[in-house]
Design a protein. Structure first.
Length: 145
């Protein structure tokens, strides 16, 4: 990766997101808890959540990831309260398509992922970017949402 590639990839917006991850920490007695790890880079995201009336009502995350994984976790955390399992699944699928197939970024309620468009060309970072969604989706499944 060249210096120009790094500057492009780690934009101010990505670094800003990485520095402001909401809902950091863990929940007491969550309905579900899931830890996901990227085998390629070792990044991890642990998600705790509660579900009421089919929507995420409480959410916390412990994020140990690169700046791209942190930025993704920040965007998930910003938008996940009140989301349904179907909305999380749709956004996760849209993010994967954005990274792998050049698709559009996730739509509302999961706005803001356009900041991660430059990561498309860095396949070794895709798993870290997907961790927050993957952990959230599995936790929603565990919680019966």
């Amino acid at each position: 990766m060249s210096d120009a590639d790094l500057v492009s990839l780690y934009s101010g917006r990505i670094l800003e997101l990485a520095a402001s991850i909401p809902h950091l920490g863990r929940l007491d007695a969550p309905h579900a808890s899931v830890k996901k790890r990227s085998p390629l880079c070792g990044s991890t995201v642990t998600v705790d959540l509660d579900v009421n009336d089919g929507k995420v009502s409480r959410f916390a995350q412990d994020v140990k990831a690169c700046a791209l994984g942190q930025a993704s976790a920040a965007l998930v955390g910003t938008n996940v309260i009140g989301a349904t399992r179907a909305q999380v699944q749709t956004a996760r699928d849209q993010l994967l398509a954005m990274l792998k197939d050049g698709g559009a970024p996730p739509t509302a309620p999961f706005d803001g992922f356009d900041a991660l468009v430059p990561a498309r060309d860095f396949k070794n970072r895709h798993a870290s970017i997907m961790l927050a969604f993957d952990a959230t989706l599995e936790a929603l499944e565990q919680a019966g949402a």
